[in-house]
Write a protein that binds this ligand. Structure first.
Ligand code: G4P
Length: 525
């Protein structure tokens, strides 16, 4: 197969939801379609259990297991599909956001009863920043849920996206009769407890079919009215509009009952973008370029507590990645080769000889990689799109064992390279501040510093609402701001100026008083 054919064969997407909406169940059904797993429950058993609430060590342990399922590949209809799972629950961290940068599109799962929930909102915001095309799956229709039209309004308003339903439900909960697939114009009836050898006996292509009312046990006219309304209210589906992230197709179903799942998967394969290459600071890289390039979007440490190894997850942006070939580590200006790159198929890991754009390979790492590092065949390019986001929780980190300060600094440095959290250093105080998006990260850092680096730390509270990177075309104004606010200024790990806003009010005041300064909430501007 040529490189171009390999690219056309591939679809790499992230699956996104608030915990419990049904992401794991849907992923599992996808894998079953592809024959990548044989039994339901195979993915689930690897999932981080929700009961392990505050026991972060247990979570870290499970995280080691779940890493195998954080990227899953399967073949279906001659496509190679790569699913990137986005961790939720307690282990929600910055690398959840960053995983999205390795995906060409996303499927967002929403619980029909709960509607749009906070974690979904945060993740979709990131997808929107990058214009990543999204398809929504409204799940759990076998349970009572919100009215579908109301749900569409809620999705549009809270996620700030324009929707176009490509399927439509008939009833919900006990009254759930089935889904009309607008995309392929077929009606499938829901028969949870009936098994038929011929699945098609529940499928109707003609809504005027005389047997339909009886088979459904309900008048078809409500569906017809709904469909008319859908066509009247929502714009016509245009492939281009979806790919440019202007319109979001919506599907309905029940992942648990494997209902409406094949429909979304088939449509996804038809319309989702193939691997897109990447934007580097220097130029745009096309996937079909012969020379290999890729970037590290995730680093996972401590897969096996007995060996202190790390895996760097690399997304291939162009060319063919080959085992045992020397590649250029751009930041370190060094040649490295990889003897056992791994690919992830379902829950199995295997060593591969070659990988193509859109694929994710796991590279064994002994500390060479940082999030965002680029690998090439020699060209000095730096891929963009690995932003840091303003964290939400902050604490001062202090050395609790003066004899071990070297170890502490090394530990903090490496953990930050892995993307566990962000570090800011106060401009006047020199004090170090750790910023995270999840409370658990503080405990994880403390534990890992002690167990991996032999360093002790303690935390002190800090009153901080947000950190913003600041820029201005007017250097004088910028310097004046930095001088006046020096107590509230810090630098990040790359040496950039960061304003520490103590409250929403303080931020608003600063923004009003200094209109020439831009306050950025992500590090990429
Ligand atoms: P997540 O990965 O997004 O966190 O969600 P997950 O798939 O684990 O699903 C969360 C719960 O919702 C599970 O129940 C799952 O069985 C259920 N679920 C998923 N899809 C549907 C659906 O279409 N209909 C209904 N009624 N339930 C659905 P659980 O009780 O937490 O787990 P389990 O004991 O069933 O495994």
């Amino acid at each position: 197969m040529t490189l171009k054919q390999e690219i056309q064969k591939r679809k790499t997407f992230a699956i996104v939801s608030h915990p419990d909406a049904g992401k794991t169940t849907l992923t599992e059904k996808f894998l079953l379609f592809g024959g990548a797993i044989q039994v339901a429950g195979a993915v689930k058993s690897n999932k981080i259990t929700k009961t392990a609430t505050s026991d972060f060590m247990e979570i870290e342990k499970q995280r080691g297991i779940s890493v195998a399922t954080s990227v899953m590949g399967f073949e279906y209809r001659n496509y190679k599909v790569n699913i990137l799972d986005t961790p939720g629950h307690q282990d929600f961290a910055e690398d959840t956001f960053r995983t999205l940068t390795a995906a060409d599109s996303a499927i967002v799962v929403i619980d029909a009863a709960k509607g749009v929930e906070p974690q979904t909102r945060r993740l979709v915001e990131v997808l929107r920043m990058r214009d990543t095309p999204i398809i929504v799956f409204v799940n759990k229709l076998d349970r009572p849920g919100k009215d579908p039209f109301e749900l569409m309004d809620e999705i549009e308003e809270t996620l700030n996206i324009k929707v176009r339903p490509l399927s439509w439900p008939i009833g919900m909960g006990n009254d759930f009769k089935g889904v009309y697939d607008i995309y392929s114009q077929k009606l499938k009836l829901f028969r949870p407890n009936e098994k038929s050898d011929d699945e098609n006996s529940f499928v109707f292509e003609d809504l005027d079919d005389a047997e339909l009312n009886e088979a459904m046990g309900k008048d078809i006219s409500t569906l017809k009215d709904d469909l008319e309304l859908v066509d009247g209210v929502y714009p016509e589906f245009k492939h281009q509009e979806y790919q440019s992230a202007n319109i979001t197709p919506v599907f309905f179903g029940s992942a648990l009952n494997n209902f409406g799942v094949q429909e979304i998967l088939d449509c996804f394969l038809d319309i989702a973008p193939n691997p897109l290459g990447g934007k580097a600071e220097e130029r745009t890289v096309k996937p079909e370029e012969n020379n290999f390039s890729g970037f590290v979007f995730k680093i996972h440490a401590n897969l096996d507590p007995n060996h202190r190894d790390r895996i760097a997850f690399v997304r291939i942006n162009s060319g063919i990645f080959k085992r045992n070939q020397f590649y250029h580590h751009v930041r370190q200006d060094k040649q490295i080769r990889f003897a056992s790159p791994t690919a992830f198929m379902a829950s199995k890991k295997s060593v591969i000889d070659e990988a193509y754009p859109g694929d994710i390979v796991g590279l064994h790492d002994t500390g060479h990689f940082k999030i965002g590092d680029t690998l090439t065949e020699g060209e000095k390019i730096h891929f963009k799109g690995m932003p840091s986001f303003s964290p939400e929780l902050f604490k001062y980190i202090e050395n609790a064992d003066p004899m071990k300060s070297k170890q502490l600094h090394k530990g903090i440095d490496q953990l930050m390279d892995e993307g566990v959290a962000q570090l800011f250093t106060g401009r006047t105080s020199g004090r170090k501040i750790i910023g995270t998006v999840g409370q658990l990260q503080f405990e994880v850092i403390q534990y890992r510093l002690l167990h991996e680096y032999g360093a002790k730390c303690r935390y002190e509270d800090i009153r901080l609402y947000k950190t913003c990177w600041i820029t201005s075309d007017n250097k004088e104004v910028l310097n004046d701001f930095i001088d006046r606010k020096s107590r509230n200024m810090a630098i990040d790990k790359e040496g950039r100026d960061v304003f520490l806003a103590e409250s929403p009010f303080a931020l608003q005041m600063a923004q009003e008083k200094y209109p020439e300064i831009e306050f950025h909430f992500t590090s990429e501007f």
